[in-house]
Design a binder for this molecule. Structure first.
Ligand SMILES: O=P(O)(O)OC[C@H]1O[C@@H](O)[C@H](O)[C@@H](O)[C@@H]1O
Length: 295
């Protein structure tokens, strides 16, 4: 396989079934079934691709990932056990946590012509006293991601997190995002100053905002004649991010790819979500992305 093959091309060359394959240095489990295609990277338990049969891809993944061991940019990176900068007690640790750059394994897998379910666990412990699990459920053209955290220690642990979904779009000019009208947001591009959303979101320049909201969000794409509905559970924060002109300095996006995605992330942030997980406590963060036709 040509090492520079895009993920889309690689998948399209495979037969129906389940394939264990390396793509650009990353170990993938690729599932092709009557309902469509799913690619999971075991590095980070990162779903890199979901494309219902006969439809445009739901998730975007870069065609030029940074070399392993950096996380692939795209799909649904798990930001865990913190979102964005590490909490004070973890100073010096990586941005967006440690889950996306460790090895995971598939603990169970089942699928049929209509969907499937996968459960992943890290190969070994990845963070003191916290035990994560990640499940993926496909039902027709909808996919649900659920990240569960169990405090197996004897002390409170502060956690934040995100399901950092990179959603595929035809172009930024063709999309609008509804569902957040009236919501307060902290704007990272303006020193986290707080504003209130008025109307739909359009993306004409860099956007990096944490919305205080539990609402369903709708990403309408006129060119692709579809709406992606993003719903979630146990999350007070919805992050909306596109690098804008700043993509020029991000080699695994670049100005040639920045028009292909918008991140809409179900998150638990220090800004808007309760953070303490008590001993033996469990918390789950869940999001479902479903496709609706515009025509
Ligand atoms: O480059 P990373 O670490 O994957 O982060 C990408 C982006 O992730 C978003 O969730 C953040 O709001 C952005 O500020 C950040 O730039």
């Amino acid at each position: 396989m040509d090492n520079a093959t895009s993920l889309a091309d690689l998948i399209s060359q495979l037969d129906q079934g389940v394939h264990l394959i390396e793509w650009q240095g990353f170990p993938l489990r690729i599932v092709r079934q009557a309902w469509g295609d799913l690619a999971i990277s075991l590095y980070g338990a990162q779903v890199l691709w979901f494309q219902p049969a006969g439809q445009y891809p739901v998730l975007w993944t870069t065609t030029k990932p940074a070399p392993f061991p950096k996380a692939v940019r795209g799909g649904v990176p798990l930001c865990w056990p913190w979102f964005a900068e590490p909490l004070e007690e973890n100073a010096g640790e990586p941005f967006h946590g440690v889950a996306r750059t460790v090895e995971w394994e598939v603990n169970s897998e089942s699928y049929n012509a209509h969907g499937g379910e996968w459960l992943l666990k890290p190969v070994g412990p990845i963070w003191t006293n916290l035990d994560p699990a990640f499940s993926i459920k496909v039902a027709g053209s909808a996919v649900t991601f659920k990240l569960t955290t169990h405090n197996v220690g004897e002390a409170d642990v502060r956690v934040t997190q995100a399901l950092h979904s990179y959603l595929a779009i035809s172009s930024r000019a063709s999309i609008s995002v509804s569902g957040l009208d009236g919501a307060e947001y902290a704007d990272k591009n303006h020193d986290f100053s707080v504003f209130t959303q008025s109307g739909d979101i359009t993306v004409n320049e860099a956007v990096d905002r944490i919305y205080h909201s539990t609402a369903d969000v709708y990403l309408k794409d006129v060119e692709w004649q579809r709406v992606l509905k993003i719903s979630k559970k146990n999350s007070q924060s919805t992050v909306v991010w596109n690098a804008g002109a700043g993509a020029e300095d991000v080699p695994d996006i670049g100005l040639d790819q920045v028009d292909g995605y918008l991140c809409i992330e179900a998150a638990k942030t220090r800004q808007y979500d309760d953070m303490v997980l008590a001993p033996q406590g469990k918390v789950s963060l869940e999001t479902t992305i479903s496709v609706q036709s515009l025509s």
